[in-house]
Every structure is written in C-alpha cells, then in structure tokens.
Write a protein that binds this ligand. Structure first.
Ligand code: CIS
Length: 209
C-alpha cells in the first residue's frame, strides 16, 4: 500500500480553483507523516505546518458556504483587513504552507527523476538541498538557514524514506517511485494553482524569518 496514493489530491476543475474542503482533507494527513521520519527536528516542522492548516481551517469553518475555494478566503480577508493584508490570518498561513508543499513536491519529483549523489546513492541530501534552495531558502535568514544545514543530517536514508512512503512495507523501489509519480500529478497541479493565485492577487510577500 502507498501512503501517497491513499491521500491523493483531487484533480482541479478547468478554472484551476482549489476546493477548500478537499484541500484541507488532503493536507490533514501530512503532519502525522513527520512522526515516521525519526528525528526530533521534524517536530518543529510538523508544528509549523499544523499551525498553518489549523489557521486556514479555522477561517473555513466560520462560513463553509462562502469559502468554497481557497481564493474565496484570501479575497474575503483582503476586504476585511485591507491595512494588514496579506500578512494576516489564513492568507499568511496559506502563503507559508504552500512553500512547505512546494518543498515536498520538489523533493519527491527529484527522487522520482532519479537524481542522486553517485558517491552516496542511499542519501537524499542532494534532493533535499534542491528542494530547499528552490522553495524555502529565499525566505530564511542566516539563523534558519543554519538550522536547515543541521536538519540535513537528520534526513532519513533514501531506502527508509521510500519505505515510510510505503507505510513501512518492503516495496520495490520502482513501484514506490511509480506511486510517487502518480501522486505528483494532482499534487503539483494544486500547488502550482495556489502559487498562481498568490501572483494574480499580488498576495506574495518576500520577507525573511
Ligand atoms: C527529509 C529531510 C528534510 C529536511 C528538511 C529541513 C527543512 C527546513 C528546516 C527549517 C526549519 C524551519 C522551521 C520553521 C520556520 C518558520 O519560522 C517559517 C515561518 O513560519 C511562518 C508560520 O508558518 O511564520 C509566519 C510569521 O512570519 C507565521 O507565523 C506562519 O504561521 S501562521 O500564519 O499559520 O500563523 N516556516 C517555514 O519556513 C516553513 C517550513 C516548512 C518546511 C517544510 C519541510 C518539509 C519537509 C518534508 C520532508 C518529508 C517529505 C514528506 C513527503 C511526503 C509526505 C506525504 C505524506 C502523505 C500525505 C499527503 C498530504 C500532503
């Protein structure tokens, strides 16, 4: 069985709007995955991502009929908090969540594409570094970049990581990577659509933490 295929994202409609309820349902499985990765460093990431999801959900449940799509929430907050927006509420939470989701997308895509360090074929550091540089590094100041460098040593071995994605079962690497590729189809489309929405609404911020 594959953890990823159990928790697939829904396909997007033609207008690429992201259904809030389905999105929250799909990402709700993510935090528990960090427990399988075997290092306390992932606890920090888990709590950051869980906080983002909780904030978006808190806004959604206020009025599910109004907030059918993620864009409905972001636009409503733009109206309600014109002074602080977009550094506010679910808009800010989704801005950071999408960066974590992009990190995961690039990491999984890099593994699926067979990118690896030929001298250390069972390490995933090259894949993690690629994902970090493309998705997160620009938003991290010196200190958080140092934390990332330390976290890199807690990265699981490739074989253990693929086994965790297969819910702890021994699965042939090629079968696992085929599942990753299938998962990435709707996942990547969803993450891309959220990025596009932030660009179109001029909601992206580039401050560092
Ligand atoms: C595999 C090895 C990975 C090593 C990875 C190391 C990654 C980076 C280490 C940096 C630690 C960063 C810790 C937190 C930093 C936060 O300060 C920063 C900013 O936070 C935001 C809040 O989120 O700050 C805002 C204020 O400025 C707000 O407070 C905001 O919160 S709000 O608005 O909600 O109140 N946050 C970040 O930089 C985001 C960090 C995200 C890191 C993501 C890393 C993901 C690592 C994943 C590895 C495992 C891959 C799993 C693959 C597949 C899982 C599939 C599971 C199945 C379920 C599918 C569903 C998707």
């Amino acid at each position: 069985m594959s953890l990823l295929l159990d928790n697939q994202f829904k396909p997007l409609p033609l207008d690429k709007s992201v259904d809030t309820r389905s999105f929250l349902e799909a990402v709700s499985y993510l935090p528990s995955f960090f427990d399988c990765l075997g290092s306390r460093v992932f606890g920090v990431i888990k709590s950051d991502i869980s906080g983002n999801i909780t904030k978006i959900k808190a806004e959604y449940v206020k009025d599910p009929e109004r907030y059918v799509t993620l864009q409905d929430i972001v636009e409503a907050e733009r109206e309600a908090h014109s002074g602080q927006w977009p550094k506010v509420g679910a808009t800010l939470a989704l801005m950071w969540l999408k960066r974590g989701l992009r990190f995961i997308q690039i990491l999984l895509q890099s593994l699926a594409d067979g990118e690896r360090d030929e001298n250390n074929p069972n390490h995933i550091r090259v894949n993690v570094i690629k994902a970090y540089e493309e998705a997160l590094k620009n938003y991290h100041g010196w200190l958080v970049q140092k934390i990332f460098n330390a976290a890199l040593y807690a990265a699981p071995y490739r074989s253990n990581f693929l086994m965790a994605l297969s819910k702890g079962e021994e699965v042939k690497e090629e079968d696992c990577l085929a599942n990753v590729r299938q998962f990435l189809v709707n996942y990547t489309a969803t993450v891309d659509a959220i990025y596009e929405m932030y660009t179109n609404l001029n909601a992206e911020l580039d401050y560092t933490v």
